[in-house]
Ligand binder design. Sequence first.
Ligand code: NAD
Length: 308
Amino acid sequence: MKILITGAAGFIGSLLVDLLRHDHDVRAIDNFSTGDVRQVGDVTVEEMDVAEPEHAAEMVRGQDVVVHLAGYTGIPVCENDPEGAARNILVATKHLTDAAVKAGVQQVLYPSTFAVYGIPPHHITEETPRAPIGMYGNLRAGAEYVLLAAQKLDGLPVVIFRQSNIYGRSIAKKRSLLNILVEQVLKREPITMYGSGEQVRNFLHVRDTANAFKLAIEQRATGLYNLGGTETISVRSIIQTVNDAAETTLGYTVPVEQKPDRGAAGREVELTDFHFDISKVQGALGFEPTLTVRDAVEELLKREASVA
Ligand SMILES: NC(=O)c1ccc[n+]([C@@H]2O[C@H](COP(=O)([O-])OP(=O)(O)OC[C@H]3O[C@@H](n4cnc5c(N)ncnc54)[C@H](O)[C@@H]3O)[C@@H](O)[C@H]2O)c1
């Protein structure tokens, strides 16, 4: 199949290019605003901007499948640069969707976020209403509506994954919570814990994430799915896991320094307990997370220690 991957220089995109390039004809594009991977095996990442309508039209021409990973990622950047966020998330998705409809693309896959639920109830399913509270969640919810409208009105087959926190080792580097903790340990600096540490997150490994996209493409799926892991753990226990792994892998631990919450710009909703229900994607696609946070921390520690 001919598969276009936007955001291919980024954390999930670069890994997905690598996963699909052996069995498919992959076209990879990115504007390199944050991503920096220029080459994945035999695939060169082309410099193009999805938010430019003529670029969007050119990149989808002749493609069977589009995986639209390009965009601003996370709450802080969207709060600090709302215009850029609107352009790179909502406007980009609008142009790509219009181009995909015109080009007769057979499937568009989109990574939304569980931030579209805002402050959700304890049990989060796909039926939980959207109630985003920040720019990031609002723009992703808007992008979902753009795609779902094209599905309804133009028959564009769409897959939307509402992703939790993606972590782990990819080709592109990512400054996610875990990677920052690992960096602090390797520098033998104290680990910083913002807020109470009781806030919980649901984690999905980047390799499992890329695999979910592969499954959905190969099964020609459509639909909207929560995509997360089976581990929902507090920041305090993640820090403990990092220190335990450091003791096993490096033979030392570092102290933990507690600091107050960093303030409004970039703050995520701090939930102390929730169940991110992934039974729909498990049932429909046969998706199962395979990697644990502990595995990933050990892998990151070993890899970073060997390149330091
Ligand atoms: N990583 C997570 O925890 C997570 C969670 C939920 C949703 N998502 C979404 O999944 C997608 C991929 O996530 P990621 O972690 O790989 O992000 P990333 O920031 O590493 O990659 C996004 C890529 O998009 C590129 N880009 C931005 N605007 C562009 C444009 N207008 N045209 C072309 N390229 C553009 C960037 O240069 C970057 O390489 C993102 O859209 C993100 O919002 C990620």
